[in-house]
Design a protein around this ligand. Structure first.
Ligand SMILES: *Cc1c(COP(=O)(O)O)cnc(C)c1O
Ligand code: SF4
Length: 432
């Protein structure tokens, strides 16, 4: 397939434009002034069912929707655009809206930046003892953008919100100085937008570090551009690089972001999965539960079943982070738990490797385990699977039940307590 990308500037060239109403096209332009928009030929030709827009989940996942902006903000941008306002004014207005939308959730910029020899290492995050996130500077984009993406500030030209690093020797020095780090997670954007040559530059020196056990690539390319692994000019070279990683004795994990079964039903995606698996890499899948895209148990049952069948290991169901157009995508904790439990209990044990629904929040990764009654008080049972303090791992704690809560900061400790067990220590992390 020929790669064609469509953004707000090139939207008029989209062959399927006639499938949309004028209002839908205008909404895309208005919302895309604030949130990133980019789709490609694979998404529009093979994934979206144009006979079912705007409800089609693949359309909701990749095309901006009017509901993603507050009414007042929408009207402001719409008025500016209809009156042919100066692009600078539109950009400034968009920026003001962006800055109100919590562009830096969970303190990612201040709190997780590693330090080596008194130098802050930008483009890296080290939050959990065993794993370091690395943001290669060439991977600051994706093959297409998800409308719910929590990395949206990086793609929206908010320069101060970018994480990027091209200094592989800095990464190597840091990992060597921290033998407790067993995993490097390449993320972005999407590291699979990089050429194989660039990827090799980053990966090769890591294979020499004995304390490093696993290399992970977080990617949506299996869904957004499966040809990256099959027919792109350097696809064969990429597959060879994967084989070299596994041959070196390290585990190679492809952390695939898959939101809907349709994304992996296509033959192109099946071929990509087969090629990746032929290298000895293991594909694990993770994705948030989001309104309008995958907010029902049947979609998740089908997604996990299909993944198991294809040799993809279900890993995480996430909750949507508290950033950007959250009000459009959010699913209350209790509803997400219901979706998770219903899907989980309708698949065999092979798919029950998945954990969730999980919140990646300031103190750690917190799973909503259950809703139950203790001493006649209805509570959420919550559990850390990762903690900023490693001793929190697997600790259970309780919050008052709240039917509408969508994130941890809306919860109060159960049993009349003043604070959750980790809060005093958290304030030490955040105060300095
Ligand atoms: C999720 C996450 C990881 C990886 O955690 P695992 O549970 O090992 O998959 C690492 N760093 C950050 C910041 C994360 O959010
Ligand atoms: S693939 Fe991931 S990083 Fe890229 S737009 Fe989608 S959610 Fe965001």
């Amino acid at each position: 397939m020929k790669y064609c990308a469509y953004t707000s500037e090139t939207l008029h060239k989209l062959p399927q434009l006639s499938e949309m109403t004028d209002e839908q096209v205008e909404a895309i332009r208005i919302v895309a002034a604030v949130y990133p928009f980019r789709v490609n030929s694979h998404v529009v030709e093979n994934l979206i069912d144009w006979s079912n827009i705007p409800d089609d989940p693949m359309f909701r996942l990749s095309f901006p929707q009017a509901g993603m902006l507050d009414k007042a903000d929408y009207v402001r941008i719409a008025d500016l655009m209809r009156n042919d306002a100066d692009p600078v004014v539109i950009r400034d207005t968009a920026k003001e809206i962006q800055m109100r939308m919590n562009p830096n959730p969970a303190g990612q910029m201040q709190m997780n930046t590693p330090v080596l020899d008194d130098e802050q290492l930008h483009g890296m995050q080290h939050k959990y003892r065993e794993s370091v996130l690395f943001f290669p500077s060439e991977a600051q984009v994706c093959h297409a953008y998800c409308t719910y993406c929590f990395r949206w500030p990086q793609f929206s030209g908010l320069e101060e919100m970018k994480f990027a690093n091209d200094n592989i020797m800095q990464l190597v020095a840091y990992v060597r100085s921290r033998p407790e780090v067993t995993d490097i997670i390449f993320t972005g954007g999407d590291p699979m937008v990089m050429s194989t040559e660039s990827l090799r530059k980053y990966v090769a020196p890591l294979l020499e570090i004995p304390t490093l056990k696993a290399i992970r690539f977080g990617t949506k390319a299996i869904s957004w551009w499966p040809y990256r692994f099959t027919s792109d000019p350097d696809a064969d070279e990429l597959v060879r690089l994967f084989s070299e990683i596994t041959a070196s004795g390290k585990h190679l994990a492809i952390m695939a972001h898959i939101s809907h079964p349709r994304e992996i039903e296509r033959p192109e995606a099946r071929q990509a999965v087969e090629r990746i698996r032929s290298t000895g890499a293991v594909i694990r899948s993770q994705s948030p539960v989001v309104r309008h895209v995958n907010d029902d148990a049947d979609t998740w049952r089908c997604l996990w079943q299909k993944q198991v069948q294809m040799g993809i290991i279900p890993y995480y169901m996430f909750l949507e982070r508290d950033t950007g157009p959250k009000q459009y995508f959010e699913v209350p904790l209790v509803e997400a738990l219901g979706i998770f439990n219903s899907a989980y209990s309708s698949i065999s044990g092979l798919g029950r490797t998945v954990r969730g629904p999980s919140m990646s929040c300031l103190p750690g990764k917190v799973i909503v385990e259950d809703v139950t009654e203790i001493n006649r008080e209805k509570v959420f049972v919550l559990k850390f699977t990762q903690g900023r303090n490693p001793t929190w791992t697997n600790r259970t704690f309780f919050a008052e039940f709240d039917e509408s809560a969508t994130w941890i900061d809306e919860l109060s400790p159960a049993f009349g307590r003043d604070e959750f067990f980790f809060e005093r220590e958290m304030s030490r992390f955040t105060d300095n």
